[in-house]
Every structure is written in structure tokens, then in C-alpha cells.
Write a protein that binds this ligand. Structure first.
Ligand code: ADP
Ligand code: MG
Length: 818
């Protein structure tokens, strides 16, 4: 009956075709030719008319595969595979052994042997044949515990051994691949070690191979064995030789160590490259097809993405560079798409978890405030203010990120919305990362309000009459005030007497009770993340949240790290700002730089000097700063007034120094880079940065932003001893470019595509395949996520079931936000 029906080759080819994405590339010459051959043999040996009928129904005899669309091919391949699986089962039930056993290649459900049915890809890797518990321990050191994690354990790169050469074409110094016959192989001593030496040949010549330290190979390589050899060719005594190349037998199976793109896996003690490669190949062949693809066919089609199993398999053992790139794109898309879905649902939870406090815009109050200012808002400030006001009127709490260069005037805008909170009977909190900055904000805000009318207070609390029907009260709550006064202030906050409270993040983290918190403004240096926001919520508030940052964040990063926030940008400086003249000085110009500083000080200006970046240790930094401070005060500027600021000083000491600098009692402030310099001293006109080549562009830009805040021309002097190439490029860029966003993009570019997002500490899921430079892909993932969110926000539809499962898997914290 069905005897002699040889299913195995057809099965293999169709699986390969599936893996290759139905590109009709599984067999040389195309599938049609192969199928015609197969079918003619099969028909010759099959006598069962029903079976023959099925053949015809399935168009197995003359499929015309090449002319089908991808979707049609996919359906057809699936239909045939199902049919084959059925046939195999039937055969197995009849107890016939005619069919090749395929139990270790369960690529379609029906073929999974009963015993492994309840093993899922989330089982521990010990379910895999050949993985003992001791091997599993080694993998667990690499963060791999389950089969799924093993499938996602991607090589860090591939060696390109795909170009086969003949022996006569070998080039010294190149990585080459040959297929050759072993003429002889023997154990030998090389450098006192037992090794193997072989001579192999093809039709164009012979070449010597040595494997140091590996005498056992000699026995494996019998004369006339055909092997593939991949590795670097060197020259010895004028002749080519392979030294310890990768090799493997030419057999019926796919190559894994040679002759292709060969994966290099991260290893740990006790794991050998060949062992891991072999193991991975087996795991991928057996398991990758069981990974459920959680993206809908529509989406994949639209975005031209590979199937997930195919992408996983090609990321490990790519057939060529092109498909490897497509595999990466698919996997990177998954990461970014899930990330975007995560942050969007986070935002939704934030906005829908509790009703917010919609404000109404009190135009007369707002106008009175804006009129009282000594300047007009820039167009960019007005645009952003409008965006904020629109948010505030909505029933969902605002969650917005405001980006703007240092000095672009974010504080006024923040003040305007804080005022709206007060005008609506709510309290507003304004939080800074440090006490000095909180104090500075307090001062700024008091200045901004000084035009509105009468003011009274005591340095921590001021009331202003003239804006609201009642006095508007603004308070500063920091550690640096007496216990008694602090308690008084806290009481006033709890009773609602204080409208605007300025402090550090401790305001929400450490039990300050608000009466009716309606708006939280966060001036951010560090991330004001999920945790902080849930801290707010635990206090029973869903205030509008405005996060402000002066660090220009490239759009990719902003969308990734802050994807749950809406973005506003003040992309314009108030008029009359001078560009800070920036110059990269050669070491020989140090003395003239000091002379320049001296002239500036003589003219009444002030100077920052940032100490060399020694090490990432604050203690060592501080010590270096002390030494530099002493050198400068004793040897260079003995007649000037110098101050020192570093991270090991107490808050009190820092504060004192800053105050003295701000009030003009100091000419020069010597500071470590780690110390918070987000400080506003309009009279400072020189920023000198030592070992400037060691800082990133964004950080240099931050330093530069400390000057040029007044009306005088300001200067940024960058010193570099012996900059690396990349250091030089950075210095060139900062000299040329003043715009922070442009610099941030350059920073991103310089850090290169190999750099992955640093998301680990941020509480976001890991991104391994996505790169910072994947801007287009990120935009695509985001727009797809938004689209999906509009139609099925809680992923309830059946077609989104798998996706919802996947989302819960990669964002296990998701529940915490609601
Ligand atoms: P940022 O917080 O964005 O670094 P600030 O809000 O501290 O900037 O503003 C920097 C300085 O510019 C402040 O002294 C502020 O009073 C002033 N300023 C803000 N907006 C304007 C404007 N539109 N025109 C002129 N000066 C402005
Ligand atoms: Mg500011």
C-alpha cells in the first residue's frame, strides 16, 4: 500500500522552506523541480488510490509552487505538512517501520511524541536531550534557565565562513573556508605540546593544517575523510597553513562550525564553543518551530517582518547576511513593540486608574501673571504652555515630558501651570533633585512672582496678594530648616494653606501630607519613574505630572524611556542670548587659558573649573579635586578667591560654597564633574573643563550651559591631554555645534550601532536586538502599538490573545501600575 512512500526528504525540504520564509529557496533549482521528482517516485511506489487522490488534491504532483504568492505558499506547505504528519501517524499505528522516525524533529504538533506533550518552551532546559543538570548550571550563569531563554540566547556575532575557496585561492591573513580530503593526519609535537598535523587537498592543491594542543583529532581524521575547514590562513616557511581552524565532516547534515555564517556564543567556564554551537543547532531545529508567533499575520505583512520561529532560527544560524539582518529586525521590532505596548498601557493605567483633577483655565489670573513678567514668552514657551493647558483641562491626569535647553525658560512655564493649580483650589508641588536646586527654584519662582504685587514672608514661605482672590502662598521645604519651622510648614501643607510647595523628590517619598495635590512638577536629573508616580498614587492623588529635563534626549530614547509621557519641547532660547564661544585647547595653551581667566576675573566675572575626570569613584574624585584646588590656589591663582566643591562634602558645606560663589565672594569655583552644577550664576562667564575628551557630548554641553546665562559674552574652554580619535571627534563637534539636541544625536551616532539601550536599571524590559540607531524601526513599532491600542486597548480580542500573553511575560510588573 503505502510502502516505500518516502516522506522524510519531502518533510525536510518543506520545513526548510518554511524556515526560509517561503522564498522557494529550500532546494537548489526550486521546489517545483524537486516536487516533480519526488512525486513521480512516490506515484510509482504508491498503489492506494485514496492516497493518490490526496496527492492530486494537494497538488503534490504538479504544484506550480513558484507561481504562488507567499501566503498561498505558506498555506500549501502547511497543508502538505499536515498531510505528511497524518500519514506518519497512520504508519506508526500500523506498526510499520518503513517511515523514517522523526520523533526528534517535532516541527508540527501532530508529530510531537506523547511523552513530551507537556513540555513547553518554558520548561527548564534539562528537558532537552543532552542537557544534564551540571550543564544547565553553566547555562544558568549566563542567565539561561528555560528552553525559551535558550532560544533567545543569541550569538554576539557571527564569523563569516560562507565563502568557499579552493586551496590555490587561499590568501594569507584572511579567514578562509575550504572543502578538502584528508590525505594524512598524525599526532605531532608542536612547541612541546601534543598536537595534530594534517595535510588536506582538493583538486587545486594541498595545504597543511595544525591543531595545537589537540592530539586526539589525529585519530578522527582518517585518510580520505572529507572535511570543511574554516579559519585564518598564515604563512609558515613560505607555505600556507591553517592554525587551529574550525573543522567538521562533510556529512548529510547542515554545517555548523564551518562553511557558513558561524555563530559565536557568549561562553562561561566549562562551555566550549563547538559544544554550544552543536547544542544550539539541535535546540533550534527542534524547538524554534514551537515558539508561538504573537504578531498577527496582518502586522507582519504590513511591516514586512519574518515569522518569529524563522527569525529566531536565522538569528542563530543565518543562511546569509541579508536574512540575518531581517531576523534581527524582526526580533528588535518585537522588543520595541512590546516596550511601546508596555509604556502605553502604563500611561493608560495612570490616566484611567483614577479620575484626575481637571483644571479650568483662569485666563485673567494667567494673563495678570504673564503681564507682570519683565519679558514676553518666546513662541516656543507659548506653544508649550498651550499644550500643558490643554492637558490640564482633561479629566485624565497629564503625564508630559518637557524638554528644553538650559536657560530656555522652562521654569516660567512651570510656574504658570502651578498657578493654574492654585487658581483651581489645588496644591502644586515642584520637586528638584537636590536641595541647592530646590532652593534655586524657590528663589526663581519668588522672583517671577515679585512683579504681581505685595509679598511677605521669612525665607521659606512667601505670600503674594494681587493674583488670586486670596493670597498665594509659596513654600520651600528642605532638610536645612529648623525642626520647629519644618513642622509648621508641613502642617500648613496638610491643611492646604500652602499653594505651591518646592522641595526635593523627598516631598513625595517621605511622608509629606498634602491637602489637595493637583499638579506635580518634577525637574529631573534622574529618572522620575514609575515608582515615584505610584508613590504619588499611594497618597491618594492622581495629580497632573510634568517632568522637565534640560538633557536633550534623542527622540528614539525619549520614546523608549519615556514612551508613557507625551513630549513637549522648548526649542528656542529667549532673545539676546549669546552663544558660548567654545574652544578646544591644546595642552600647550593651558597658560594662556589661565591668563584669560585672570583677565575675566579682573573684569569682575566668575569662572568654573571642572577637575579632571579621574575615576568613577567619588572618593578618588574628591581627592583629585582637593589636589587641583590646592595647586590652583597656591601656584596659579594665589591672589584670587577660589572655592572647592565635590561630592564628599556635606550638603551644608556644599551649600555654603555655592552661596559664596553665587553672591560673588568667590572668583573661581573648582568642582568635580559629579557635583551638581545645575546652578544659575549669571555673572559666571568662563567654564574650563579639564580632560574634556573623557566626557560625553551631552555632559560637555551641560557644563557649557552653566555659563552664558547673563548678558556678557561667555566662553567654554576644553582641555585635553592626549585625546583618542573618538575624543577628538567629540571635541570638534562641541566646538562647532551649540544645539543640545543636535549634539545628543551626534552622541548617539558616535556611540555606534553596536551599543544597546541601557535599560537594565530603568525597570524596562531588556533590549538585546534593538539598537539606539533603530529610529525608523522604533517609530514603526510605536505607531503599530498606538494603532493596536486604538482598536483593542486591553488586548481582549482573540487574535491578540498570544500578544497579551507575551506582554504579560515581558512586563510582569505591568500589574503594579494599576
Ligand atoms: P531653564 O529652567 O529652562 O534652564 P529658566 O526658566 O531658569 O530656564 O530661565 C532662564 C532665565 O531666562 C531666567 O532668568 C528667566 O527669567 C529667563 N527667561 C525665561 N523666559 C524668558 C523669555 N521669554 N525672555 C527673556 N528671558 C526669559
Ligand atoms: Mg532650570
Amino acid at each position: 500500500m503505502t510502502s516505500l512512500l518516502n516522506i522524510e526528504p519531502l518533510h525536510k525540504i518543506l520545513e526548510l522552506e518554511h524556515r526560509k520564509g517561503y522564498a522557494d529557496s529550500a532546494v537548489f533549482g526550486g521546489l517545483d523541480k524537486f516536487l516533480r521528482n519526488w512525486a513521480s517516485q512516490a506515484i510509482a511506489s504508491v498503489t492506494n488510490p485514496q492516497l493518490l487522490n490526496r496527492f492530486h488534491k494537494l497538488h503534490l504532483v504538479n504544484p506550480n509552487y513558484a507561481s504562488l504568492t507567499k501566503q498561498q505558499r505558506k498555506e500549501w506547505v502547511k497543508a502538505v505538512l499536515d498531510f505528511l504528519a497524518e500519514e506518519e501517524l497512520r504508519e506508526a499505528e500500523r506498526g510499520k517501520a518503513k517511515l523514517t522516525p522523526v520523533a526528534n524533529k517535532p516541527s508540527s504538533r501532530a508529530r510531537v511524541p506523547r511523552a513530551v506533550v507537556n513540555q513547553s518552551i518554558d520548561s527548564p532546559i534539562t528537558v532537552i536531550r543532552g542537557i544534564s543538570s551540571s550543564l544547565a548550571t553553566k547555562f544558568s550563569k549566563l542567565g539561561v534557565k528555560t528552553v525559551r531563554e535558550l532560544l533567545y540566547f543569541f550569538p554576539h556575532r557571527h564569523l563569516d565562513y560562507s565563502q568557499r575557496k579552493s586551496i590555490s585561492q587561499l590568501t594569507e591573513g584572511a579567514e578562509e573556508t575550504i572543502i578538502a580530503n584528508v590525505w594524512q593526519a598524525q599526532e605531532t609535537r608542536l612547541g612541546g605540546r601534543r598536537s595534530t598535523e594534517a595535510v588536506v587537498g582538493d583538486e587545486t592543491g594541498n595545504v597543511r593544517i595544525v591543531w595545537f594542543n589537540n592530539p586526539y583529532l589525529a585519530k578522527k581524521l582518517a585518510t580520505n575523510t572529507r572535511i570543511v575547514v574554516s579559519g585564518r590562513v598564515s604563512l609558515f616557511n613560505g607555505r600556507h597553513v591553517f592554525e587551529s581552524p574550525e573543522w567538521e565532516l562533510v556529512e548529510d547534515r547542515e554545517l555548523i562550525h564551518t562553511g557558513r555564517l558561524v555563530p559565536l556564543y557568549p561562553l562561561t567556564q566549562g562551555l566550549r564553543p563547538r559544544q554550544v554551537r552543536k547544542l544550539m543547532k539541535g535546540v533550534i531545529d527542534q524547538w524554534a518551530w514551537q515558539v508561538e508567533d504573537f504578531l498577527s499575520p496582518d502586522l507582519k505583512e504590513r511591516c514586512n517582518l519574518l515569522e518569529l520561529p524563522q527569525a529566531i532560527s536565522q538569528a542563530h544560524y543565518p543562511e546569509d547576511e541579508a536574512i540575518k539582518a531581517r531576523a534581527r529586525v524582526r526580533l528588535a521590532f518585537d522588543e520595541l513593540f512590546l516596550l511601546q505596548l508596555g509604556v502605553l498601557s502604563k500611561k493608560r493605567n495612570w490616566q484611567e486608574g483614577q479620575p484626575g483633577s481637571p483644571f479650568s483655565v483662569k485666563t485673567s489670573v494667567l494673563d495678570a501673571f504673564l503681564k507682570s513678567l519683565p519679558f514676553e514668552l518666546t513662541a516656543a514657551q507659548q506653544k508649550v504652555l498651550k499644550e500643558l493647558l490643554a492637558d490640564l483641562q482633561k479629566p485624565q491626569p497629564m503625564s508630559r515630558l518637557l524638554q528644553g535647553e538650559v536657560g530656555s525658560g522652562k521654569t516660567v512655564v512651570a510656574m504658570a501651570v502651578l498657578l493654574m493649580a492654585a487658581a483651581n483650589g489645588y496644591q502644586g508641588a515642584f520637586m528638584a533633585p537636590t536641595e541647592i536646586l530646590a532652593e534655586q527654584h524657590f528663589t526663581t519662582i519668588c522672583q517671577l512672582l515679585s512683579g504681581v504685587g505685595h509679598q511677605e514672608g521669612d525665607g521659606f514661605l512667601y505670600s503674594y496678594s494681587g493674583l488670586l482672590p486670596r493670597p498665594l502662598t509659596v513654600a520651600l521645604l528642605i532638610g536645612d530648616i529648623s525642626q520647629v519651622r519644618k513642622q509648621e510648614l508641613q502642617q500648613c501643607i496638610a491643611s492646604g494653606e500652602i499653594d505651591i510647595i518646592i522641595g526635593t523628590h523627598a516631598l513625595i517619598q517621605k511622608g509629606v501630607e498634602f491637602n489637595r495635590l493637583g499638579l506635580a512638577v518634577v525637574d529631573e536629573q534622574h529618572r522620575f519613574g514609575v515608582t515615584q508616580r505610584s508613590a504619588l498614587r499611594q497618597k491618594g492623588f492622581s495629580p497632573h505630572v510634568l517632568v522637565m529635563t534640560a538633557t536633550p534626549i534623542p527622540r528614539t530614547l525619549a520614546l523608549t524611556l519615556y514612551g508613557d509621557l507625551d513630549l513637549s519641547v522648548i526649542d528656542q532660547l529667549p532673545p539676546g542670548r549669546q552663544l558660548v564661544k567654545t574652544k578646544w585647547l591644546k595642552p600647550g595653551q593651558r597658560d594662556s587659558a589661565y591668563a584669560f581667566i585672570r583677565r575675566q576675573v579682573a573684569g569682575g566675572r566668575q569662572v568654573f573649573i571642572i577637575c579632571p575626570l579621574v575615576e568613577e569613584s567619588e572618593v578618588i574624585q574628591a581627592r583629585a579635586a582637593v589636589a587641583e584646588y590646592q595647586r590652583l590656589s597656591e601656584e596659579v591663582f594665589p591672589d584670587l578667591r577660589l572655592g572647592l566643591l565635590h561630592g564628599r562634602m556635606s550638603a551644608d558645606e556644599k551649600d555654603k560654597v555655592m552661596r559664596r560663589f553665587r553672591s560673588g565672594e568667590l572668583d573661581i569655583l573648582v568642582s568635580t564633574p559629579v557635583v551638581e552644577v545645575g546652578i544659575d550664576v549669571p555673572n559666571a562667564t568662563v567654564m574650563m573643563v579639564e580632560s574634556a575628551d573623557r566626557f560625553g557630548l551631552s555632559q560637555l554641553h551641560q557644563f557649557r550651559g552653566r555659563v552664558g546665562r547673563g548678558t556678557e559674552q561667555s566662553y567654554c574652554m576644553l582641555l585635553a591631554q592626549n585625546p583618542s580619535e573618538i575624543g577628538r571627534e567629540r571635541l570638534d563637534l562641541i566646538e562647532k555645534i551649540q544645539d543640545g539636541f543636535e549634539l545628543a544625536e551626534e552622541d548617539l551616532r558616535l556611540r555606534g550601532p553596536g551599543e544597546f539601550f541601557g535599560t537594565r536599571q530603568s525597570g524596562l524590559p531588556d533590549l538585546r536586538m534593538a539598537k539606539l540607531s533603530d529610529i525608523a524601526l522604533l517609530e514603526l513599532a510605536r505607531s503599530e502599538a498606538i494603532k493596536l491600542f486604538q482598536t483593542d486597548p486591553s488586548l481582549e480580542k482573540t487574535e491578540h490573545h498570544l500578544l497579551s500573553k507575551e506582554l504579560a511575560r515581558v512586563w510582569p510588573q505591568a500589574g503594579e501600575w494599576s
